[in-house]
Design a binder for this molecule. Sequence first.
Ligand code: C2E
Ligand code: MG
Ligand code: MG
Ligand code: MG
Length: 279
Amino acid sequence: EVKKHGKNGYRYYSHELDSGLAEKMELEADLRKALERDELTVHYQPQFDTSDRSMIGIEALVRWNHPARGLLYPKTFIPLAEETGLIYDLGTWVLREACRQMKDWHDGGGPRIPVSVNLSSLQFHQNNLVGYVTRILEETGLAPEYLVLEITESMMMDPATSKAILDDLARLGIRISLDDFGTGYSSLSYLRQFPIHKLKIDRSFIADITMNDNDKAIVETIISMARHLNMNVIAEGIETEDQLEILKANACKEIQGYYFSRPLPPDELEKTFWTPIQA
Ligand code: C2E
Ligand code: MG
Ligand code: MG
Ligand code: MG
């Protein structure tokens, strides 16, 4: 079998590699232009309080309106942006756009709630992150209390450096949410010393929570740990009523997921969830 397909198999494989590389280079060139051509856009997914179903926050999620390929999701271009360094410009654009939009919503009769923006590891470690976040808040007029930055455990491999960055951000008055919590490496002793406002339970634990007792136990543990550490907790990826009921039964105060709303373009979010003041 190996012999029979060996040669063809190899040739096929190397052809695949070549076309993969060509496609990647093309996408990279496109991404550079996308920033100038205004092809990036942000969708917004609301977060809710489980007790009264009020909206308590909104997560900004970047999309790329590719002229030929249609709407692209972050997994197809964020890794590429990170490899090429384009993530800095992309990240700055998303942060500014999300802050601008939120300020606009506040001014136009929308709920006075914060916007969460995802940071990539490179951004988190970039020089003078605090200065640059400060500048964007000033430019857009959004008060720091209305900005949440989402980072992941894996970004905090060097505890001393991470603590310094997080302390600076906390002094600025913005809040930090630990995204995809439970999937990475976390030292609980450091977690306790970091100014982290919220743990965001990863979607992978929610997916099977109604059938898998281990996942359920992990979720319950994270919720109770957050309570003991005086942190808030939010569950992401709630798709069904049953999942919601389990989380409510375990005193999980906040949730985000398709069950309540998919991420939506700004005008659709607005139309669905509140009545804007007529200008
Ligand atoms: P994330 O920060 O964990 O965002 C949650 C992801 O789960 C989003 O995918 C969202 O659409 C999806 N999601 C929300 N509720 C549900 C649900 O009920 N079921 C399912 N199956 N999925 C749900 P999306 O928008 O494709 O983003 C994927 C990841 O890309 C994000 O994961 C985040 O890590 C990254 N990302 C998104 N926007 C940005 C950005 O502006 N900058 C950076 N650096 N990363 C971003
Ligand atoms: Mg996130
Ligand atoms: Mg997440
Ligand atoms: Mg996730």
